[in-house]
Design a protein around this ligand. Structure first.
Ligand SMILES: C[S@@+](CC[C@H](N)C(=O)[O-])C[C@H]1O[C@@H](n2cnc3c(N)ncnc32)[C@H](O)[C@@H]1O
Length: 167
């Protein structure tokens, strides 16, 4: 998942840097939690898998992040305390209505929920989007392959040069 790309929402939030509470629900290894830590404070990453939380903590470069080994369904979050919930590739594991309701209840006024997840196609536009996205995906993959081949070639050339230029 290309989560390293700064999302437009996060860019906007940059002006409000480190003043707001964010939760990353189902944080996994914490890659997006770390992105959030650049923009929010405090940040809480929640995951119920011990291995995920352990590994997320192992690579923790931010002191404004706390990782909780908890089930989101069970966790107690104070009402109107959260400015952003991020829930990436995780909502489909949770009960849909009650999870959204929980997030809604605990958001501050003006708070936001950022969801990236599976989507069920419904309209003709959804299907057209899939066709366009698959084509773009293929083009992107082809270009990336070419550029990585070029990159490897140039590294090899660079390597050769290092060995052949007499110093
Ligand atoms: C597909 S992974 C996504 C991880 C991360 N958000 C990412 O994008 O890399 C889904 C994560 O959600 C966690 N998860 C699933 N249900 C959960 C729940 N009820 N409470 C907390 N974490 C949960 C899983 O342990 C897993 O780490």
């Amino acid at each position: 998942m290309g989560l390293k790309q700064p999302l437009p929402y996060l860019s906007v939030e940059k002006s409000a840097r480190k003043r707001k509470m964010a939760y990353d629900i189902g944080c996994g290894l914490g890659s997006f939690t770390s992105e959030l830590a650049e923009h929010f404070e405090p940040v809480v990453g929640v995951d119920y898998a011990p291995i995920m939380i352990r590994r997320a903590k192992d690579f923790l470069p931010y002191n404004n992040v706390t990782y909780l080994l908890e089930d989101f369904i069970e966790i107690d979050i104070p009402t109107a305390s959260v400015d952003l919930f991020a829930i990436i590739a995780t909502l489909h594991h949770l009960p849909f209505e009650s999870s959204l309701q929980k997030m809604k209840n605990t958001l501050r006024p003006g708070g936001k929920i950022l969801i990236l997840d599976l989507y069920q196609e419904d309209t003709i536009w959804d299907y057209l989007t899939i066709v366009v996205a698959s084509i773009m995906n293929r083009v992107h993959k082809t270009l990336r392959h070419e550029s990585s081949t070029t990159h490897k070639k140039s590294r090899r050339l660079g390597g050769n040069m290092l060995y052949t230029i007499p110093i």
